[in-house]
Design a binder for this molecule. Structure first.
Ligand code: SF4
Length: 386
């Protein structure tokens, strides 16, 4: 019997519009400027333990998602998050403020200034009816670091210059720092005028592949910087979260060091920190094999999951060859890694997995008879050729 087709949602859950999951509501915190002060981070940890199950996910859009919230506790949680300045009063305004800011910004630099301007413009743009997942990347350091992260409109640094780019386009528009935010908003309106959105869905790259970039765009695209790894940076210490999840007690301990920047790379940047002591679920070294694994929530946290995923991923990680990317998916939707991976294990039933090589979670399997026990007993199955 084939596995049921996964459900596709066209919207993103927010704090005010939470999504029901297998372990309760998921409440997303879209922290202004992607930053939590030590007080905010400590309070979020405390709220997660009080109202949730103590687990928080860091999403691919650098949002922190509190898990396991009971519906009856949601109003109290929202009130507390609003007191902390982490949730807006208006769900639509919060949904529009979908800005991903480079975690390496410094107070008052051009990334910070542009992001603040753009946030204010989006908050006021009440007639701008963009699809739920439509987002902006403000990535105006010397070279962009967010090119591998999903965004529809990008403001990218290129040395001293600034480039505005529609996602998917191979040309850009040079802009000044002062005009970057207004030009980004104009590009969002152009997207709507060109028919990029229908029924609340639509992404920029799909529009660009149909009709090409705006006629005024013709400048070269900024060349991206390599993806960062855990370790020291000019802005502090980057620490990775095992499979993108952190426990409230670890978050509380981390908050004692300094303010935290949320990144789209399953990592947090601990501002100006030099030395972070090991904590449960934190990855401090760039060669840790768990960094080679993408894994979704799985059962019981996701209602669509057909099997448990995280414990299996943790047990298999040490057996991976260097450079091999493993994706463990609770169903064919492949949320944790929509792209092809070297090896993918897709759950097709309770403790039953397909093995796919060089493919996506929904691709045709090479084997479809695997259980977690078989994989743990013979992890070489992952890397051998058959
Ligand atoms: S891929 Fe994982 S998180 Fe996504 S719907 Fe399937 S089980 Fe849930």
């Amino acid at each position: 019997m084939s596995a049921p087709a996964p459900k596709v949602y066209g919207w993103c859950p927010g704090a005010l519009r939470p999504m029901m999951s297998g372990d309760g509501l998921v409440v997303r915190i879209r922290a202004p400027m992607g930053r939590l002060s030590p007080e905010q981070a400590g309070a979020v940890a405390e709220l997660s333990a009080r109202y949730g199950n103590g687990l928080l996910d860091l999403s691919a859009r650098a949002n922190l998602q509190m898990r396991g919230i009971q519906e009856s506790d949601h109003p109290n949680l929202i009130a507390a998050l609003q007191d902390l300045g982490l949730v807006e009063a208006d769900a639509n305004a919060e949904a529009r403020r979908n800005i991903l800011l480079t975690p390496f910004w410094r107070s008052g630099d051009r990334s910070h200034q542009i992001a603040q301007r753009l946030a204010a413009l989006l908050s006021d743009a009440t007639t701008l009816d963009l699809p739920g997942k439509f987002g902006f990347a403000v990535d105006a350091g010397e070279a962009p670091v967010l090119q591998a992260t999903a965004a529809d409109i990008r403001i990218e640094g290129d040395g001293d210059r600034l480039m505005l780019r529609a996602d998917g386009a191979d040309v850009a528009l040079e802009v000044t720092e002062t005009e970057a935010a207004t030009q980004a908003l104009a590009l969002a309106r152009w997207f709507l005028e060109q028919g990029g959105a229908s029924e609340g869905r639509g992404r920029m790259h799909a529009l660009i592949s149909r009709r090409g970039a705006p006629d005024t765009h013709g400048a070269d695209v900024a060349k991206g910087a390599p993806l960062p790894a855990p370790g020291l940076t000019r802005n502090g210490a980057l620490v990775a979260l095992e499979f993108g999840q952190i426990h409230a007690t670890t978050l509380a301990a981390l908050a004692k060091h300094s303010a935290l920047r949320l990144t789209p790379w399953r990592m947090m940047l601990v501002e100006d920190a030099q030395d972070i002591a090991p904590l449960p679920g934190l990855i401090l070294g760039a060669t840790d094999p768990r960094l080679q694994v993408s894994v979704c929530t799985g059962a019981p946290g996701c209602l669509q999951a057909l099997s448990q995923t995280r414990d299996l991923a943790r047990d298999l990680a040490p057996h991976l060859q260097a450079g091999t990317h493993l994706h463990v998916s609770g169903c064919a939707k492949g949320c944790a890694h929509p792209q092809p991976a070297d090896v993918t294990l897709t759950a097709t039933g309770t403790d039953r997995f397909d093995l796919i090589r060089k493919g996506r979670a929904s691709d045709a399997p090479l084997r479809s008879d695997l259980t977690a026990r078989t994989l743990r007993a013979a992890p070489h199955i992952l890397t051998k050729d058959t």
